[in-house]
Design a protein around this ligand. Sequence first.
Ligand code: AOF
Ligand code: ZN
Length: 395
Amino acid sequence: MAREAQSNLATTDELHLRRALHLAAAATALASPNPTVGCVIALDGQVLGEGAHLYDLFDHAEIVALKQAASLGHNVRGATAYVTLEPCAHHGRTPPCADALIAAGIARCVIATVDPNPLVRGAGIAILRAAAITIDIADSDSPIAQHARTLNDAFAFSIQYGRPFVTLKAALSADGFLAPPSSTRTPATPHWLTGPASRADVQLLRHNSDAILTGIGTVLADNPGLTDRTNLPRRRPLLRVILDADLRISLDSSLVASAIKDVLVICHPFAPIDREQRLQERGVDVERLNGEACRPGLIQTLETLHNRKINSVLVEAGPNLIANFVLWDLVDKLVLYTAPTSLGPGSLPFAAGIASPLDIATKLTHITRTTFPHNDSHDTRLTGYLHNPWSSIDT
Ligand code: AOF
Ligand code: ZN
């Protein structure tokens, strides 16, 4: 992604497509489980209509833009439609956008990326071409296409693999530890490794996720809230998922106290029934699955989340759960923050049984590095992919 590649598009085309990307990005958390998509309709440099897809309002981005142009009294005949995702070809909750663009008299369509949905993938473009509409697609390695794809990594992954896209986030000390020794930590005195700027960035990661997942060890040690505190709008609450085989979570925990049908506790089939009842009385959802924090348990958890239309899961967990996700190859994207301070020997490792977080970092592709100010120094953020969510259209 930190690529210098030149775009194959003209400057004005780039400008309109960037505006469409901006509109799509602003609809983050309002479009899932559908992709976030933006559209700008322009003629001779003038924008006639624009919009983004919001799941609850049904209309896809192209229709929102066409309706806006109509409401402003603009004629879109001969105009260009700029879309961040290939217009759809199928009858889903709404009729195909490709047909609507043709009916409106659009002459040209500029597309940031092909739709990875097998029902659409290339079919929307084929419909438009058959109607003699000129098509321009951003080169797949251009910054604009990469941006469009990043916005919909979770959608692309889940529609292809039938399970949510998993991002593992961890904050480490300069010497690679996850937290001070357990004996020195209490929920009342949380230990922050990274500074406020990095932590605000983590809130954006949560905002971009449909669900957040942790283990009972972290809940007992830290009593976390696991909420999206960005104050940005979202169409459904961030689903807070706790792997808690024996239902040990306290009824007084922050999670239970704040549950409004947005906390899901996964336990094993023989966990105490009375605990389940008490949790359910407090608005906590409990689901019994085979396995624990091992591969069958994790896969079944991800399947359950997929059935609940969860496209993306942010894992913020302790060393044992992190190790299981890593060892069973269930981490798709890694976001690693490193603080300037060291914790020293005896602290909690990044992942149990994995000598160094750098072992996993060497396997990453599309790496980006960013810094965030932290006192007189800075935190660093490393992001990278272990699985390509867009492999279906790259091969
Ligand atoms: C577009 N423009 O703005 C979006 C598209 O269930 P439906 O009918 O809402 O269709 C969802 C599918 O349509 C989704 O899986 C993706 O392939 C495409 N999304 N397409 O032309 C849009 N959101
Ligand atoms: Zn559509």
